[in-house]
Write a protein that binds this ligand. Structure first.
Ligand code: PEP
Ligand code: MN
Length: 262
């Protein structure tokens, strides 16, 4: 179970050499979407040199508009896997439904997106796997509902759940969402599961990503997941919130002054 009362010690999730939740600060970085083999490999190489330990890249994208870029699908996963091999870095990508699960065999962490946080059938299916699941908080879901969704995965047999606060919808529209840092602090009390923060989707504005990434560190998050693109102005998805390679490197230098990275 997810609660601290039954399991007081922090859960550490192993992904290759990375120990998420072990008191270190795990940085996941990469583009919103995999676009080409060259793009994902170049971003992988660069973010790894800057200190990221896991590469993100969406292949199946939950877009608000059906006319927006939907991701490269299986081809995107192939490119992401080739970047994993070329650069030697674990990868994370989002699964949108049960039928896609077999395609994720070589993906190290499966992401359940905010829009699927209460897709209980999908939660039960990833609960049958052994690999780590990164569960993002739903746009309008309470902390209790968030934990219950983690519970669904764990009750099906997979205890390797990483939580991710990615901003919730409030009356405020100046930022894409409202980053609920209070939830991170509360979750650290309530659960032994590791908690990451995604400042990119929370803010939606590139310049606000570094300050909130550091706020996540200060509040006790176990790490961050940040969108980084080689050319944000040309990104097929979420360019406005993506850091370029130099901006990410700068953020990482700033974070390294404050913590031991893993
Ligand atoms: C993502 O991380 O690629 C994503 C779509 O985020 P969210 O599910 O939090 O909107
Ligand atoms: Mn995105």
């Amino acid at each position: 179970a997810a609660g601290r009362t039954v399991h007081p010690d922090d859960t550490i999730i192993k992904v290759g050499d990375v120990n998420i939740g072990s008191g270190t600060f795990t940085v996941i970085a990469g583009p919103c979407s995999v676009e080409t083999r060259e793009q994902i490999t170049m971003v992988a190489d660069s973010v790894k040199k800057s200190g990221a330990v896991i590469l993100r890249g969406g292949a199946f994208k939950p877009r608000t508009s059906p006319y927006a870029f939907q991701g490269l699908g299986k081809e995107g996963l192939d490119y992401l896997e080739s970047a994993k091999e070329a650069v030697n870095i674990p990868i994370i990508s989002e699964v949108m439904n049960q039928t896609q699960i077999p395609l994720f065999e070589n993906v190290d962490i499966i992401q359940i997106g905010a829009r699927n946080m209460q897709n209980f059938d999908l939660l039960k299916e990833v609960g049958k796997l052994k690999k780590p699941i990164l569960l993002k908080r739903g746009l309008c879901n309470t902390i209790e509902e968030f934990l219950m969704s983690a519970e669904y995965i764990m009750a099906s047999g997979n205890e390797n759940v990483i939580l991710c606060e990615r901003g919730i919808r409030t009356f405020e529209t100046a930022t894409r969402n409202t980053l609920d840092l209070g939830a991170v602090a509360l979750l650290k009390e309530k659960t032994h599961l590791p908690i990451l923060v995604d400042p990119s989707h929370a803010l939606g504005i590139r310049s606000l990503v570094p300050p909130l990434a550091k706020a996540a560190l200060a509040v006790g998050a176990d790490g961050i997941m940040v969108e980084v693109h080689n050319n944000p102005a040309k990104a097929l998805c979420d360019g406005a919130q993506s850091l370029d390679l130099d901006q990410f490197d700068h953020l990482m230098q700033d974070i390294k002054k404050r913590v031991v990275l893993e």
